[in-house]
Design a protein. Structure first.
Length: 177
């Protein structure tokens, strides 16, 4: 019998995310000068910062190379940002080695074909609701949120709640979990 994705959450120590279609909705606005803009969700940013504050590793691996993305993610405190990474499997393998990680401790969220192979290298491959069918097929969990619309917050919050590390303001009961 296949394990439920929730059975994997207790062992996660590391989050790895793609950018376009995961941390953004995949839309790129282009100015007449050719500058490209992306939009990220503040709730995803809060969850990323919270995960790092609670001792989790966070890594970004993206084929895109927008420096604005790097500035935003570095501003959240993320140190492992790999942009322009067209060989994601190689980047992930080097990250595993340099951080002494095991696949079962890693969650990777991707949304499109460039994420397919790398998602097969981790213990918990997940995707946004609007991922392509091939990615949904290899994912152990499909978020109820679309890319750029809180899917990162969804998976981080689930992991932290299962591990008893999510923030609960005073006076808020467990019924909200």
């Amino acid at each position: 019998m296949e394990k439920s994705y929730k059975e994997y959450l207790q062992h996660i120590t590391t989050f790895v995310f793609d950018v376009d279609g995961v941390l953004t909705d995949g839309t790129i606005s282009i100015t007449t000068e050719g500058e490209m803009y992306r939009t990220m969700h503040t709730k995803d940013g809060f969850a990323l910062k919270t995960a790092m504050d609670k001792g989790f590793n966070v890594c970004i691996i993206s084929g895109g190379s927008n420096e604005g993305v790097r500035v935003r993610l570095a501003g959240l405190g993320i140190k492992d940002i790999h942009l322009g990474a067209h060989q994601k499997v190689e980047v992930l393998a080097a990250y595993f080695k340099s951080n002494n990680l095991k696949p079962e401790n890693v969650l990777y969220m991707g949304d499109d074909i460039p994420d397919f192979e790398v998602m097969q290298q981790v213990g918990l491959p997940v995707c946004p609701q609007d991922a392509v069918p091939e990615i949904k097929g290899v994912s152990k969990y499909i978020s109820h949120k679309d890319g750029g619309k809180g899917c990162v917050r969804d998976v981080i919050e689930q992991v932290l709640k299962v591990q008893g590390k999510w923030i609960r303001p005073a006076g808020i009961s467990a019924k909200y979990d």
